[in-house]
Design a protein around this ligand. Sequence first.
Ligand code: NAP
Ligand code: GDD
Length: 329
Amino acid sequence: MTKRALITGITGQDGSYLAELLLDKGYEVFGLVRRAATPSTERIEHLLDRLTLLVGEMTDQTSLIDAMETSQADEVFNLAAQSFVGDSWTVPISTGDVDGLGVTRLLEAIRRVKPSARFYQAATSEMFGKVHEVPQSETTPFHPRSPYGVGKVYGYYATVNYRESYGLHASNGILFNHESPRRGLEFVTRKISDHVARIKQGKATELRLGNLDAKRDWGFAGDYVEGMWRMLQQDAADDYVLATGETHTVREFCEIAFSHVGLDWEKYVVVDERFVRPAEVELLLGDPGKAKERLGWQPQVTFAELVEMMVDADMQRVSKAIAFENATS
Ligand code: NAP
Ligand code: GDD
């Protein structure tokens, strides 16, 4: 029997990699997409003829019930979220509605339509926030530092609660930062790789950033979607940290990215207070021991490989855009 999966947030970075992985494994894949004046399907353009897209919204209970009824999914991956921490102070209420209550809405849809479906919740290391211990594991207490983190803690406990109340196969993946050439341009890693490529090719002169001392445990998104899938293949649902077990500063990311194209980062990076957050998560470092032992999961791409992969992809993209500009001017 072909397995059926429903992915919310299929148009995002992780949704696109997960859709590829599930299609390769022979799943029939359904994706929830928001109605928009301009479609946001760029990351899944190459998959569109193999996917079934369903219009829906994490704030609209009816659409989630419909998505479950139509897809009859065996596995549901909830990746939809307002995922940019920086903006969560600007839109705190809708962030809580989508990232927190949205999880309950989807769990309710599963419980009512197909309670045998397995559920993955995209929880996050942002829940650790002002960290109570280093490294952070599944047993580290939460102390979120943004409306985004607060909303995600709600979603985490909603998932645990539906597992305990109704016996749903519902798991939280507590994922540390994971990046790729498909990362949104607002996140620091992609902002850096994009600027490096534009500076190198004469299309920008500087890169304005906030806190250069922030430390993150950065991995490659392609590795992390494999971990999500493995969680739902276990007999019993549980919660798992996915991380590399290494931490690096934003400054180190800049150093490697600029030096990869032969530039000195200190000549181009300008600290700009506008990018400093009202409350910062200073240090994230995950302990992926449980995922390694129980899921056999470990990341494949190193920090330096990740930085270089992102810079190379942006170098190519910018150079194609310049060639197009020249050909059409
Ligand atoms: P992303 O690229 O920002 O994608 C977010 C997705 O959610 C997009 O498809 C977006 O649709 C969709 N979405 C947003 N609001 C929605 C709503 N109200 N209803 C339906 N869909 C909505 O994020 P990502 O990096 O792939 O991350 C995937 C998930 O993992 C998110 O839940 C994020 O919070 C979580 N997470 C990410 C990381 C990381 O480092 N990447 C780490 C831990 C946890 P549009 O295209 O229409 O905007
Ligand atoms: N975005 C951004 N832009 N961040 C900056 C900048 C800047 O100009 N300058 C410094 N930073 C710092 C932020 O203050 C933060 O400490 C760090 O770089 C990483 O910021 P982001 O790349 O925006 O990611 P994040 O860590 O806040 O959140 C991401 O990872 C979480 C998992 O820990 C997102 O993907 C979340 O959705 C995810 O849950």
